[in-house]
Structure formats: C-alpha cells, structure tokens
Design a protein around this ligand. Structure first.
Ligand code: SF4
Ligand code: SF4
Length: 82
C-alpha cells in the first residue's frame, strides 16, 4: 500500500500510546516516522484494501491519479532530505 503521509493513523492510533505517536514528525502537511526502521510491527503491517491508502486520499482531498503522483513526489522530496 502506498502511504500518502497524511499522518492520520499515526495521530490517532499509534501502537506505542494508542493516540498521537511521540515518534511522529512533520514538515507542513507531510508526516513521517522519526524511527521508521524500528517502527512497531503493527505499523509495518498497516494496510488498506486499496493500492493507495484511502484514508490518506480522503484526508488530503486527493481525487485523481495525477494528484496521487504529485503527492508521492512531494513526500519523497521531503523524506529524502531527512
Ligand atoms: S511508530 Fe512511526 S509509523 Fe508507527 S505510529 Fe508512530 S510515527 Fe507512525
Ligand atoms: S496515508 Fe494512510 S497510512 Fe499513510 S499516514 Fe495517512 S492514514 Fe496513515
């Protein structure tokens, strides 16, 4: 599943504390895990029935394939420089 880094799952149901994860960081509307390599198994196994996360699309108001591509490029550009 492609995560769009909206942060919703990490803000609301972290396996670490059941709510807003203490490991969550953001740059603008791009949210990312500050310990991605060692994230809990529940986070690694987090999936949705679709190829691209439906929650992320809803939260970010993404409706088209072009918007998905633009979002993925934005996320990669931010995460790459961390
Ligand atoms: S550990 Fe990382 S991936 Fe898991 S909820 Fe926290 S910020 Fe998100
Ligand atoms: S896009 Fe989906 S998996 Fe990624 S942070 Fe948002 S809700 Fe979580």
């Amino acid at each position: 599943m492609v995560c769009l880094s909206c942060g919703f799952c990490c803000k609301t149901m972290s396996p670490i504390n059941g709510g807003y994860c203490p490991l969550l960081r953001n740059e603008g509307d791009v949210y990312y895990c500050s310990d991605y390599e060692n994230r809990p198994i529940e986070c690694a196994n987090h999936t949705t029935p679709t190829n691209v996360c439906t929650i992320g699309k809803l939260k970010l108001n993404i409706k088209t394939e072009e918007q998905v591509k633009e979002r993925i490029i934005k996320v990669r550009n931010i995460i790459r420089i961390k």
